[in-house]
Design a protein around this ligand. Structure first.
Ligand code: ATP
Ligand code: MG
Length: 448
C-alpha cells in the first residue's frame, strides 16, 4: 500500500491498486444492455426520423456507455445529407461541412451530426482525398479504425449495428483493427498512434494481428502532423491510469523511436523504471512528461518542441525535471531544504515532491525519505521563509536608493546575493538588517 499525490498537490489517501480495481469493475460490459441515450440526443434522432431519415449514435460514445463510463460527447451519424439536416434543424454550424459534419445546437448544447461516409482513398497517409457519402450504416462503420469504435446504436429502435464484433471485443477487452490492419494503418498513420493510446486509456490488450501490422507502416506514421501526435500523446499521458501500456506498445512496434528517440534509446532497466515512474506520477501532463525523461541527461526541451508542446508545457516539464533532484536529502540541513524549495518554487513545490514520490516508487526504495522531506518543506513554507528575490523585505528601489545609483544589472545581483544570505539565515529578512548589508554586498560583488 502506498499513498500518491493528486495533481492538485494534495496527498491521495486512496491507494493506487484500489483505484485500478475500481476502474476494472466499472469496465465490466454487458453486451446486450441497451444504451441509455440522454433525452436531447433522443430528440435529435426523433427529429430526423420524423423527416424520414435514420440516425445512430456511434463511435466513442457507444463504446464508453457500453463500458459503463461517462460519455463526453454524443456523436451522431445519419443518412441525411448536410443540406437535408439544415432543413430539419433550426440552429446548425457548418463546422466540417466538407466532411459531412454539422454541429447542431440543441437545448444549449452542441452535437456533431455527420452524414454516413464511405472510405476514401488516401494518398498522403493523413486524410482521404475526398469524402464519399454512402447510404448504408455498415459501409460507414467499415471505414472506422477499431471494432470497439465501429458500433452504432439506433436510439429510436434500440437496435445495435455491430458488423465487426465490437461488442465481443469490448467484453474480451481487445483492441482490434476493422478489416485488414496493414491496409488500414498504411492509409492513415494516425491510427497506430490511436491504437497505442486506446490500449492505455481502455486498458485493453492489442490484438496480435493488429500489433503485427504496425512496424511495416511506420513510414505513414512519420507523415502524421506534429499537432496530432501531440494530441494523442497528451491523451495517453493524462487520460490513462497507466500510460506505460501505451509506451510499451510504442516501444515494441518501433513507434517510440519515431517520436521520442531519447526515450526509445534508454536501456531496458532504465526504460522499465521510467514506465513505473510515469504510472506512479499524478495524472498531470508535465509531471508525467518529466517522469518519462527523468533519467535522460540532456533536458527535454528540444524533443518537446519537436512534438509541439506549448512554451508553458515545456517550461513546466523542464522545471520539474531540473528541480526534482533529492539525492541524499536524508542528510540535508534546513539550509539545503530551503535551497531545494527555491529551485522548486513555492507554486510547484508539491508537484516536485510528487514527482520525487513517483521516482522512489519506481525505484522500489522506501518512501519514508519523501514523506520526511515533504514535512520539512511544508514546515519551511509555513514559516514563510523567502525563496525568491521578490520575497525579500526590500526591493530594487531600496537597493538603488541605498547605493545612490540608478537601475542596472547590479540591482538584481545585490538582491540575489541577499537572498543567498537569507536562505542561510531567514531571520535576516528584515528591512533594516537587509538595508544595512546593501553597500557591503555591492562592494563584494564589485558592482557598486
Ligand atoms: P475519444 O473522443 O474518447 O478520444 P473517440 O473514439 O470518440 O475517442 P474521436 O477521435 O472522437 O475518437 O473519433 C470518433 C470516431 O471516429 C471514432 O470512434 C472512430 O469510429 C472514428 N475515427 C476517428 N479517427 C479515426 C481514424 N483516424 N480512422 C478511422 N476512424 C476514425
Ligand atoms: Mg470522441
Amino acid at each position: 500500500r502506498h499513498s500518491t499525490w493528486a495533481s492538485d498537490g494534495s496527498l491521495e489517501k486512496e491507494p493506487l491498486l484500489e483505484r485500478c480495481a475500481a476502474v476494472r469493475y466499472s469496465d465490466l460490459v454487458e453486451s446486450s444492455r441497451p444504451i441509455e441515450v440522454p433525452p436531447p440526443v433522443l430528440e435529435l434522432c426523433g427529429s430526423l426520423a420524423r423527416h424520414g431519415f435514420q440516425a445512430w449514435v456511434v463511435g466513442g460514445c457507444v463504446r464508453d456507455s457500453l463500458r459503463g463510463v461517462p460519455v463526453a460527447d454524443w456523436d451522431l451519424t445519419t443518412d441525411a445529407t448536410p443540406e437535408e439536416m439544415r432543413k430539419v434543424f433550426r440552429r446548425t454550424i457548418p463546422t466540417g461541412i466538407e466532411h459531412g459534419t454539422l454541429t447542431v445546437v440543441h437545448r444549449g448544447e452542441h452535437y456533431e451530426v455527420t452524414t454516413l461516409r464511405g472510405e476514401g482513398t488516401y494518398t498522403d497517409g493523413r486524410r482521404p482525398d475526398h469524402v464519399r457519402f454512402v447510404s448504408a450504416i455498415e459501409e460507414d462503420l467499415a471505414r472506422r479504425d477499431f471494432t470497439v469504435n465501429a458500433i452504432a446504436f439506433d436510439p429510436t429502435t434500440q437496435a445495435f449495428v455491430d458488423p465487426w464484433g465490437g461488442r465481443d471485443d469490448l467484453q474480451r477487452r481487445v483492441l482490434r483493427a476493422v478489416r485488414d490492419p496493414r491496409e488500414r494503418f498504411a492509409e492513415d498513420g494516425l491510427r497506430v498512434l490511436r491504437a497505442a493510446r486506446f490500449v492505455a486509456t481502455l486498458e485493453f490488450a492489442l490484438d496480435p494481428a493488429t500489433e503485427a501490422a504496425i512496424p511495416a507502416t511506420l513510414d505513414t506514421l512519420r507523415r502524421v502532423s506534429a499537432e496530432r501526435v501531440h494530441d494523442e500523446w497528451a491523451k495517453a499521458l493524462v487520460k490513462a491510469e497507466r500510460p506505460s501500456l501505451a509506451f510499451d506498445v510504442m516501444r515494441r512496434t518501433g513507434m517510440l523511436a519515431v517520436h521520442a528517440p531519447v526515450v526509445a534509446a534508454l536501456d531496458e532497466p532504465t526504460f522499465s523504471r521510467a514506465m513505473r515512474r510515469v504510472d506512479a506520477a499524478p495524472k498531470d501532463l508535465c509531471g508525467r512528461l518529466a517522469s518519462l525523461v527523468f533519467d535522460v541527461n540532456e533536458g527535454p526541451d528540444r524533443w518537446l518542441r519537436d512534438l509541439r508542446f506549448s512554451n508553458d508545457e515545456r517550461e513546466r516539464t523542464a522545471h520539474l525535471w531540473r528541480a526534482c533532484r533529492t539525492d541524499g536529502c536524508e542528510a540535508w540541513d534546513d539550509r539545503q531544504v530551503r535551497r531545494f524549495l527555491r529551485g522548486a518554487t513555492r507554486a510547484r513545490a508539491l508537484q516536485v515532491l510528487a514527482l520525487d514520490l513517483a521516482d522512489r516508487t519506481a525505484r522500489g526504495v522506501s518512501l519514508e525519505s519523501n514523506t520526511r522531506l515533504a514535512e520539512r518543506c511544508l514546515q519551511q513554507l509555513a514559516q514563510g521563509v523567502p525563496l525568491a528575490s521578490s520575497d525579500l523585505a526590500i526591493g530594487g528601489e531600496d537597493v538603488m536608493r541605498a547605493l545612490g545609483r540608478g537601475p542596472g544589472r547590479h540591482v538584481g545581483l545585490v538582491l540575489a546575493a541577499l537572498l543567498e544570505r537569507t536562505l542561510d539565515e531567514p531571520s535576516l529578512n528584515e528591512r533594516v538588517a537587509l538595508l544595512a548589508q546593501v553597500p557591503e554586498v555591492a562592494n563584494s560583488l564589485e558592482v557598486s
